[in-house]
Design a protein around this ligand. Structure first.
Ligand SMILES: O=C1O[C@H](COP(=O)(O)O)[C@@H](O)[C@H](O)[C@H]1O
Length: 244
């Protein structure tokens, strides 16, 4: 049974980013001390970028061996490999290059140069998960949009109902860029710890709705549909928590 979500409120985005990065480094160091190679799902977006920069800053002395961590993404934009719109490029610039994660541990979604179309990118990502993915991710991090989307699962869209695959193509995304690849709910449910990362007043209403699931539906509020097997934590700043 999944425990009720925990809500952690921080003063502002910097404090939020520092706390999440510190907590992630502790989880990774503990898993490695126990002899495991942890698998983490990264997200894109503004607060994720701040967290990634904190990871680069706090990593020295954390005890984390970044050559023994596998990294995945909850979603990716289907654009050119070096596009600044790619979540992987954002992560690489903010921390992957700085901490030295080897390429074979970084499980990126295919870019437009790699495959013919977004359907092929989603199929290739599902195959990569089958071949190298864990039974359970250690930590899954998700940003939340003002419309309550998580990964690239947007309100009212058919991708919300996909149950037979781990990864889906998204075309005509309401938020640009229009073509994306997203993990599905069954894949997002394969995590020990699920952390939702939210900063800013513009998302306060989405947070309040997601945290009162009896007053909403997954179709209307996609963020209400995820939870970790052992813990679900909403890391908020005061502005994002202002309607709770
Ligand atoms: O498009 C996306 O948006 C969300 C949230 O981004 P933010 O800038 O509002 O924080 C992100 O979680 C997702 O990975 C991304 O592709």
């Amino acid at each position: 049974m999944t425990a009720a979500p925990r809500v952690e409120v921080h003063a502002g985005p910097e404090e939020l980013a520092r706390s999440v990065a510190g907590e992630l480094l502790r989880v990774l160091a503990d898993a490695q001390s126990a002899g495991r190679r942890p698998h983490v799902v990264l997200t894109g977006g503004s607060i994720a970028d701040a967290i990634h920069r904190e990871l680069a800053r706090l990593s020295p002395g954390s005890g984390v061996d970044w050559t023994a961590v596998d990294l995945w993404w909850g979603d990716e934009r289907f654009v050119a490999r070096d596009s600044a719109d790619r979540n992987a490029v954002q992560a690489r610039t903010a921390f992957l290059d700085a901490v030295g994660v080897p390429a074979e541990r970084v499980h990126e979604v295919a870019a437009t140069e790699d495959v013919d179309d977004v359907e092929a990118a989603a199929a290739a990502y599902a195959a990569e998960l089958d071949a190298h993915g864990p039974e359970e991710f250690d930590v899954l991090m998700l940003g939340v949009g003002p419309d309550s989307h998580i990964a690239s699962l947007f309100p009212g869209r058919p991708e919300l109902d996909v149950r037979d695959r781990s990864s889906v193509p998204v075309t005509g995304s309401p938020k640009p860029p229009p073509e994306r690849v997203s993990l599905t709910y069954p894949a997002l449910a394969r995590s020990r710890a699920t952390w939702l990362l939210v900063s800013g007043e513009a998302k306060a209403e989405a947070v309040a709705r997601a945290l009162s699931p009896e007053h909403t539906s997954v179709a209307e509020t996609p963020a209400s549909g995820v939870s970790g097997r052992e813990e679900t934590v909403w890391f908020l700043d005061r502005a994002a928590a202002s309607r709770l």
